[in-house]
Design a protein around this ligand. Sequence first.
Ligand SMILES: [Zn+2]
Length: 88
Amino acid sequence: MYYVPDDTEKCGYYECEECRERFLDVRIASRLVCPYCGEAHDMEIGPDDEMPSVKESAKLLEVIEGEDVEKYDALLSLAITGGDYSWI
Ligand SMILES: [Zn+2]
């Protein structure tokens, strides 16, 4: 398991609207801060910008449960290393 612990029975499947990265997280919320790009921007915010907080750019696509957790985790992990995941 790459994204979530081995005994995870339920997790959220997210896609970031900024960098298009897809990932799993044990936290289930309608939106999350993207772990790939979400925390990289806060040093560049100037005094005129209205949103000093980190943007929650990752959107929940699906809630994954049971053995699908392991399946999605394996597929997404493969995607990172160059595997074919186009059928998801
Ligand atoms: Zn992102």
